[in-house]
Design a binder for this molecule. Structure first.
Ligand code: GRG
Length: 298
């Protein structure tokens, strides 16, 4: 199957799985459930689920287990976007081409949407029988918790908020991005791999390789995001363009410049490919996702 078709299939699966696993809009409290569905359904590239499916297919993970993992990852991701858009953080009015949750509903609802999506992720991942091996399941839950918490995404966001208007070094910027964006992306690869049943594909050398790949791709994703914020327009991005510069936020473009940021993206993509090379044809989807991230228009 060609990559665009594979990607569209996974995106469709994830939309359906989210549709089924999010509380119904008619269920009380209706406004909260409607807002959760507004935030999570019908938009986004679903990059983290794509990575989980690609890694999971390598290790023989059952598709229905990957559906749940994909929902958990996307729930955490959407919660972070909803909170990030609020006036106390990035204060944005547009996300995925539509008004942000606090604009469409109100701030208190947006806060609760994020809270509820975060707990929904862990509720899903702890479903009895999701994994055959309960130790593996607990490992998966801990992995997602660590990637989203103060030593992962939330910690990276704290550094991000603290860095506004300050001059920081390239190393500090990398540390921030590895946590804010990279940790969840890395966890997506590892959770997908962990969901597999093939012993050979989930040996420690392969997992270490996938972990390194996840680290490269997480940073690559952010470098590309910084470039797009500078060069793309609001209509294409579906979120306000030029926000980083307007808010005096340090980015790869502001710290090293646009052309060196493009070079860095190319180098990271090469490293991601080199890391996957020994895994052969099994890693084809991960290689294709790397190329998709580099050339994504939004
Ligand atoms: C509020 C705890 C907390 C964390 C927020 C991820 C994040 C941390 C903030 C989002 C701000 C942002 C624009 C970060 C840059 C990289 C990024 C995560 C972009 C959005 O992710 P995409 O491009 O979005 O995967 P879609 O809509 O495609 O899912």
């Amino acid at each position: 199957m060609k990559f665009p078709e594979w990607m569209a299939n996974v995106q469709r699966r994830v939309e359906q799985a989210l549709e089924q696993r999010l509380p119904a809009a008619q269920l009380a409290p209706q406004r909260l459930h409607q807002a959760m569905r507004y935030a999570a359904l019908g938009g986004g590239k679903r990059v983290r689920p794509l990575l989980a499916f690609a890694a999971g297919e390598m290790t023989g993970a059952p598709a229905d287990r990957l559906d749940v993992i994909a929902c958990a990852l996307e729930s955490i991701h959407v919660y972070s976007l909803v909170h990030d858009d609020m006036p106390c953080m990035d204060d944005d009015t547009l996300r995925r081409g539509k008004p942000t949750v606090h604009v469409q509903y109100d701030q208190a609802t947006a806060l609760l949407v994020g809270d509820a999506l975060q707990t929904l992720a862990f509720e899903q991942l702890s479903l009895p029988g999701l994994f055959d091996d309960s130790h593996k399941q607990v490992r998966a839950i801990a992995m997602l918790a660590k990637a989203s918490g103060s030593r992962g995404m939330a910690g990276g966001q704290a550094i991000d908020l603290d860095s506004v208007g300050k001059s920081i070094t390239r190393e500090e910027l990398e540390f921030m991005h590895i946590h804010k964006t990279g940790a969840l992306i890395r966890a997506a690869v590892m959770l997908g791999a962990l969901a597999g049943n093939h012993e050979s594909a989930s040996d420690s050398a392969t997992l270490e390789r996938l972990d390194h790949f996840g680290k490269c791709i997480g940073l690559l994703f952010q470098v590309i995001d910084d470039i797009l914020d500078e060069v793309a327009d609001t209509a294409t991005l579906g979120k306000t363009a030029g926000k980083d510069a307007a808010q005096d936020k340090p980015t790869y473009v502001s710290i090293i410049g646009l052309t060196p940021a493009r070079t860095l993206a190319r180098e990271l993509a090469e490293e991601a490919h080199d890391t996957l090379a020994p895994l052969g044809a099994n890693a084809q989807r991960l290689k294709e996702i790397t190329d998709y991230i580099v050339s994504r228009p939004f």
